[in-house]
Design a protein. Structure first.
Length: 246
């Protein structure tokens, strides 16, 4: 039996909103097959199966907030049947097999609204709440598409787009997420800079000869040589090809 978990799709990812399954119980899958779609702050991401087997049970449902490491599906590998594995999981479900970490609440709740507004508490994912604040969207006016009534990031963006010209909301959300990560990196992580001088006369002469007989659209930029030099240096000195967290 193999428990298919929610993977970490980014350095700062703690959970994601499950969107849809692309496989069904009883279906045979192979390592590398696309199993489902998960919604993150950077957009919808297709998730691959990491083990070959037969799908016994689909645990996660569309609209559900899934923490990194939490089991999304159960697969039968060898020596077991789909019925045995599905029944055993339903009786004694196992805890997520992930490294210890603080998992945020799966669903936030809005503050209580006065009774005279005739409103109730609304369930909303953390990503959707953040996006609603950025777009100045009233969550009480957003209609949830998920069966359990949880407002997702897509619901907020769909509501904000009503009455506006079509635009790439997912791309905007992705750019904002990347910008926030870069700003946090510059603001919270100490920086230091090292430098040295490198003679590039030979490389410049080669590049000039390489581009001489080519059209403008086919010519190579010097930045390509710089990138290759960095890649070769990192392969030779692997210790530099890494990062520190917190």
């Amino acid at each position: 039996m193999y428990e298919f978990p929610m993977p970490s799709l980014g350095a700062d990812m703690e959970d994601g909103t499950f969107a849809e399954w692309l496989v069904q119980p009883g279906q045979e899958v192979r390592r590398g097959d696309i199993a489902c779609v998960v919604e993150t702050e950077k957009g919808a991401v297709e998730i691959e199966i990491w083990e070959s087997g037969t799908v016994a049970k689909l645990v996660s449902q569309p609209g559900e907030i899934i923490a990194v490491g939490q089991t999304m599906a159960i697969l039968v590998t060898q020596g077991e049947t789909v019925e045995e594995v599905a029944q055993r999981w339903s009786v004694q479900p196992k805890a997520p097999t992930s490294v210890p970490r603080v998992v945020p609440q799966q669903v936030d709740e809005l503050r209580p609204v006065p009774e005279n507004e005739q409103a109730t508490r609304t369930k909303v994912s953390p990503a959707a709440r953040k996006r609603a604040e950025e777009l100045n969207v009233d969550l009480l006016s957003v209609v949830a598409s998920a069966p359990d009534g949880v407002i997702t990031l897509a619901d907020v963006e769909r509501h904000a787009a009503i009455g506006k010209p079509p635009r790439h909301d997912r791309q905007a959300a992705m750019r904002e997420a990347i910008a926030a990560a870069m700003a946090r990196s510059k603001r919270e992580i100490p920086h230091y800079y090292l430098g040295s001088q490198i003679n590039v006369e030979s490389a410049s002469r080669w590049l000039e000869q390489y581009n001489a007989s080519r059209s403008i659209s086919e010519r190579m930029l010097f930045a390509a040589i710089e990138l290759k030099a960095v890649a070769l240096a990192l392969r030779e000195t692997s210790e530099l090809n890494g990062w520190y967290v917190e």
